[in-house]
Ligand binder design. Structure first.
Ligand SMILES: N[C@@H](CCC(=O)N[C@@H](CS)C(=O)NCC(=O)O)C(=O)O
Length: 214
């Protein structure tokens, strides 16, 4: 059975878990917390990060690489568009989520509001999170609002890696108690609500709710 090292609440682990669920791929989750990881773990994940995926052929320590590999080894259902332009666009949205939104959500909102008080016994910083929500997140939301239109998916007519990359960190935003303002970004809010209601996302959102104390 393939093994996925990493814990829930991580947007990158969630990306891979949603991807594998959508493909119907079973896996064992090894709950590695990415703080002071062991030298043993660094042998399989040299940057000390989660997720790390292992099967009988490969060891891969990056969510985007893992998903790309699993698409090649398990093509059905396709989670990357066949069309060249749509393929590039899906990768772009994945990157926009991973390297654009996630650092802001993770460092300025989710960590200070949820992780610091819950796991590090540090004071909660709501003021910093509110500031990030007011000053940094709107440019991401404005862009995504301009891209989604009335569709259910960011690229074409089906669910892709682009939707996973965008909507995974937005789970952490909700876990920190923030919502996308439906009056200001109605199309984006409708879209994200729809993606988070998919069984693959919903099951993890429920699991993580329990991990956060309900
Ligand atoms: N590019 C990596 C990023 C993974 C990542 O940053 N994971 C975080 C947890 S959400 C981590 O392991 N952080 C610990 C560290 O950076 O030392 C991926 O897509 O998998």
């Amino acid at each position: 059975m393939p093994k996925l090292h990493g814990v829930n609440l991580s947007p990158f682990v969630r990306k891979v878990r949603v991807f594998m669920t959508e493909k119907g791929l079973p896996y064992d989750l090894d709950p590695v917390i990415p703080v002071n990881v062991s030298d043993e773990y660094k042998k399989i994940s040299p940057l000390g990060k989660i997720p790390c995926y292992q099967d009988d052929k490969v060891t891969l320590a990056d969510s985007s690489v893992i998903c790309a590999y699993l698409e090649r080894t398990n093509p059905k259902p396709p989670l990357y568009p066949a069309d060249n332009e749509a393929y590039a666009r899906a990768l772009w949205f994945e990157e926009f989520g991973d390297s654009g939104m996630q650092p802001v959500i993770g460092n300025s909102i989710f960590f200070p509001v949820v992780v610091a008080p819950k796991f590090f016994n540090q004071p909660q910083d709501m003021a910093g999170a509110n500031k990030a929500m007011e000053e940094q997140m709107p440019r991401f939301f404005d862009y995504l609002e301009s891209q989604i239109g009335d569709r259910d998916y960011l690229v074409g007519q089906s669910f892709t890696i682009g939707d996973i990359g965008i909507c995974s960190p937005l789970v952490n935003l909700r876990q920190a108690g923030f919502e996308i303002d439906a009056k200001r970004w109605p199309k984006l809010r409708r879209y994200v609500d729809g993606i988070h209601a998919r069984p693959s996302f919903k099951a993890l959102i429920e699991e993580e709710k329990a991990a956060l104390g309900g």
